[in-house]
Design a binder for this molecule. Structure first.
Ligand code: MSP
Length: 507
């Protein structure tokens, strides 16, 4: 069966991870968890370990690049575990399974004539690992990050990118949604209209990389493959290109998530590389915006990194996951602020959701000894019958904020049902049937919420599930799980600690 395949960029391992790295990985996790609730899915992430940027960071720490990477990879895995990220594969570009594929691709392109020997003269930005011709510099600096560039004059191997310009243009024309959001699509077509130059894909003035294969006639005898050429191939090396079973099951990827600063590599260079080796382009490259701090992209080299470990400790990893996906429409930049996190935490999570669970279960304890009454199918069941497919579609279209808003319609409706139907009055007036009906709707509605929120807040959703006594199957397919009446009469619920204990506002 064809598997849904979602990837994150592989992260430069030039230091500790920051909140921006957690962001893309969490988004991919939400997608993968949703896709898994309806079929097969594969979610891949990893680390980009070669190149000058990593080599420089290792040297500054007085370590070999390999030792440096080996020491840091556990930090990244720890971060992803802390944020309840469930990837299927974590690839490191220093692994033999990856190096083998990169060399094989290089050789295949050499044989077809798409790789040739030439001379590179121009500038290089180490921070972005990018070649820049003189004409592209902005006031002599890197046009992407604004840092100083270095002059290179080398005999290098080149990839015949220019040859694919026409095919790229046609691909963009025929698939207007393959790059999203629209602004990035437009930016990429504008670059295409200017025309593409062949790309240098080797470096000979330093050596932390995958060696150019020996079959290639190697000028300096020690050239290594350009880090971006190496890194992009992670998406298929982990599938065991060319003939691995995973390759057949997963390629082309359904969604490749990237930050907007690396859209160019993924939408212009990457498809051309794939076509050169006879593979199709991914179905969708989604270039999301940045988390910013005082208007600037958060990043290690800018020195404004926000520590995701400390944040998870303070607010809980799931609350952060919620915040990151709820705060802005996916695709746009948004500014990071602790005030906003605390505000959303206390209002959406603490008041709306946490209190709903607490109030419902404590009324059930008070009026019905914590036992779920017989199922009823009232007005709410009808109104929300299509909520599952709606939320699923929104998530798979990467409209996470809208998906959470749709889920919150149910949260609001349940809170309103309590306020309007006043269970304490029903109890006092001995309207047992109405009280049963309301309590059932609350518990069943909460069960739905736990299922729908599980991709966003897997750990908190499980806690809701446990308090509801709903059984083992929170991960069962949505199609069967989201049928009204799933919570059996007589189920014993167990009110527990507050889901989201209140936090003091930031002053
Ligand atoms: N190694 C390359 C990618 C190679 S993919 C074949 C790279 N690595 S990176 O460590 O610099 O970060 C990559 C990704 O981290 C970005 O594309 C983005 O997804 C995420 N982010 C890094 N900083 C970010 C923010 N401030 N905000 C949101 N996402 C950010 O580029």
């Amino acid at each position: 069966m064809r598997s849904f395949y979602v990837t994150t960029p592989i992260y430069y391992i030039s230091g500790d991870p920051h909140i921006g790295h957690a962001y893309t990985t969490i988004v991919a996790d939400v997608l993968a968890r949703t896709a898994r609730a309806g079929g097969e899915a594969r979610f891949q992430t990893g680390t980009d370990e070669h190149g000058q940027k990593v080599a420089d960071a290792a040297a500054a720490a007085g370590q070999t690049p390999q030792a440096w990477c080996d020491a840091l990879v556990p930090r990244w895995k720890e971060l992803f575990a802390l944020y309840n990220v469930q990837y299927d594969d974590f690839i490191r570009t220093t692994e033999p399974r990856h190096e083998r594929v990169v060399q094989a691709v290089f050789e295949k392109m050499l044989a077809s004539g798409d790789v040739y020997l030439g001379k590179y003269e121009g500038w290089y930005c180490v921070d972005d690992e990018t070649f820049w011709p003189q004409a592209k510099l902005v006031e002599g600096k890197c046009p992407t990050c604004g840092r100083a560039v270095q002059w290179l004059s080398e005999d290098d191997w080149f990839f015949r990118l220019s040859k694919y310009t026409a095919r790229l243009k046609e691909h963009f024309r025929a698939h207007p949604d393959w790059v999203r959001p629209r602004a990035v699509y437009n930016e990429m077509t504008a670059i295409l209209d200017e025309g593409l130059e062949d790309l240098s894909i080797s470096r000979s003035n330093f050596d932390w990389g995958i060696p150019v294969p020996q079959s290639a006639e190697n000028i300096s005898g020690k050239a290594v493959i350009y880090v971006w050429f190496d890194a992009l191939l992670n998406y298929i090396s982990a599938l065991d290109w060319p003939d691995g079973a995973q390759m057949k099951q997963c390629w082309p990827a359904n969604v490749q998530l990237v930050g907007k600063e690396i859209a160019r590599f993924h939408t212009l260079i990457w498809p051309a590389m794939l076509w050169s080796i006879g593979e199709p382009a991914p179905e969708l490259v989604f270039a999301h915006g940045w988390i910013t701090l005082e208007g600037e992209k958060i990043g290690k080299s800018r020195g404004n990194a926000v520590d995701p470990f400390a944040l998870a400790e303070r607010f809980g990893a799931d609350s952060l996951r919620y915040f990151l996906l709820r705060e802005a429409p996916f695709g746009s930049d948004f500014s990071y602020s602790e005030e906003k996190i605390v505000q959303r935490y206390n209002s959406d999570l603490g008041n709306d959701l946490g209190n709903l669970l607490r109030r419902s279960l404590s009324m059930l304890a008070q009026y019905r000894e914590s036992l779920v009454p017989p199922a009823v199918s009232g007005e709410l069941a009808g109104r929300f019958a299509d909520l599952g497919p709606r939320v699923r579609d929104l998530i798979l279209r990467l409209q996470f904020r809208e998906a959470l808003e749709a889920i919150w319609e149910l949260v609001t409706a349940l809170n309103r049902a309590i306020d309007e139907r006043k269970p304490w009055v029903l109890y006092k007036e001995e309207q047992g049937a109405d009280l049963d009906a309301l309590l059932y709707e609350l518990c069943e509605g909460l069960r739905w919420l736990a299922i729908l929120l599980a991709p966003f807040m897997p750990e908190r959703a499980r806690e809701m599930w446990a308090q509801l006594g709903a059984g083992e199957a929170i991960d069962a397919g949505w199609e069967t799980a989201l049928r009204w009446g799933g919570l059996a009469a007589g189920t014993l619920t167990t009110p527990g600690d507050a889901l989201f204990p209140r936090k003091e506002p930031v002053r």
